[in-house]
Design a protein around this ligand. Structure first.
Ligand SMILES: [Zn+2]
Length: 437
């Protein structure tokens, strides 16, 4: 995903907002990254406790969530799109801060330093915003970072924290991720050209795919419980948007970090230019999250959701949405329908498609069905003539062949010869805007 796109959605981070919910003590400390003093965890962080500044009722982010929930606003509006700003950090549960930007970062204060869930995007302009927002809230050593998955907007934002640790002589943070994160990062090096091209096309911003990464120092397979400074973090692996996802539950505050398994949009389970996604396991993961009765949902993109009933609705509706697409697709697949018949016939249930958090503002149910076809079957559409079709190479722009194709499409007779002219031939018409990663 191209983090450059973030620039289109929000302005600079608002330090007033960063401070809005962190109390006088922190506000007086300043926010500049280069102005930090080592904070004595013994006398500092421990003594003033975790909830001295906790004022959830003041939350600007949760007020925005209310507007979406009531239908007063919609994720179809640029301002409320899951990738939109407002680049605001708030403490939403005692010791749990959430930075909302193109991609979200959660920071948790513990007695042994900070824990991050996700780290920000790979571009310095982007990850410096989350770094400064976190440092405006708390200056304790970064103890642990958890990657919810290896996408470049979530797992490539550690450089300023690592530089800070080197400057201050702190131990480098532990980096925790699922065991499939490293193979993903290695694959991204092998496919850097492709990923640069597709993200440039998708986001209409020139993208230079990163080939340097910070691999996890600690990996796990199914579940992992971490305890940092007296705070517990329960990590659960699930395949969903990716094969390397981790969702995190903090039992003390009943806080759930979903990664991209919830992003205030129809699940990104059909992305046309990306590798296989896993809708079946995704739905199961959402149900497993709901079973823990979280009271605060902090998503990978989009606004936080507070309150057990709302969190249940968001998780279970999204699970039901995916399950419906899966079941409809399987039924038609098993009845022998072609890919195209299935695409025409499968629709998400209207009541679920109307939910404020399930609008197709990034991926589309039609694309999810295509991905399910690939998941359960092969790549062949089921139409015999498409098994070994005649060549359909897209002509290069400006060639005679491209020109002939354009004339034919416009209803003119193809000519045997023609000068070299510009034409719009090409393999792709582009996907347009931020939709359809
Ligand atoms: Zn993401």
């Amino acid at each position: 995903m191209a983090a450059e796109a973030e620039a289109r959605f929000s302005g600079a981070v608002d330090q007033q907002h960063v401070r809005a919910h962190v109390g006088e003590h922190h506000a007086a400390e300043g926010t500049r990254a280069d102005g930090f003093e080592f904070e004595d965890l013994q006398s500092g962080e421990r003594s003033h406790g975790r909830d001295d500044s906790f004022e959830p009722a003041m939350s600007e982010l949760l007020k925005r969530t209310d507007r979406l929930w009531s239908g007063e606003a919609s994720t179809a509006q640029a301002e409320f799109h899951p990738f939109a700003g407002p680049r605001l950090l708030e403490e939403l549960a005692p010791g749990v801060a959430f930075f909302k930007a193109f991609v979200n970062v959660t920071a948790v204060k513990t007695d042994d330093g900070l824990v991050l869930v996700d780290t920000g995007a790979y571009l310095p302009a982007s990850h410096m915003l989350s770094f400064e927002a976190v440092r405006g809230w708390n200056r304790g050593r970064l103890h642990t970072a958890v990657y919810t998955h290896g996408h470049v907007d979530h797992a490539y934002g550690l450089p300023p924290f690592l530089a800070e640790a080197r400057e201050r002589g702190w131990a480098a943070p532990r980096i925790v991720g699922h065991e499939n994160v490293l193979p993903r990062m290695q694959r991204y090096v092998r496919t850097a050209g492709y990923n640069s091209i597709i993200n440039t096309r998708q986001f209409a911003v020139e993208t230079h795919w990163p080939v340097e990464f910070q691999a996890p120092t600690d990996t796990y397979t199914d579940h992992l419980e971490l305890s940092v400074g007296g705070t517990r973090f329960q990590l659960h692996h699930a395949r969903g948007e990716t094969d390397d996802h981790t969702w995190v539950f903090l039992p003390e505050t009943k806080t759930l970090c979903t990664g991209d398994l919830f992003i205030w949009a129809a699940p990104n389970a059909g992305n046309p230019q990306k590798v296989q996604r896993y809708a079946v396991e995704w739905a199961a993961a959402l149900r497993a999250m709901a079973a823990l009765n979280p009271e605060l949902l902090l998503p990978g993109h989009g606004l936080p959701i507070a309150g057990a009933a709302r969190v249940q609705a968001a998780l279970l509706d999204t699970a039901a949405y995916l399950e419906s697409l899966v079941n409809q697709t399987l039924e038609r697949l098993n009845a022998g329908e072609t890919l195209y018949e299935i695409l025409e016939g499968v629709r998400p249930p209207a009541a679920l498609a109307a939910k404020p958090y399930l609008r197709p503002v990034y991926d589309e149910p039609e694309f999810i069905v295509r991905n399910l076809w690939r998941c359960f079957g092969g790549w062949h559409s089921g139409v015999p003539s498409e098994l070994k079709p005649s060549p359909r190479r897209a002509p290069r722009p400006g060639t005679r062949r491209a020109l002939r194709r354009r004339r034919t499409a416009a209803g003119a007779q193809p000519r045997a010869a023609g000068g070299r002219r510009r034409a719009n031939g090409g393999a792709s018409g582009g996907l347009g805007g931020r939709r359809a990663a």
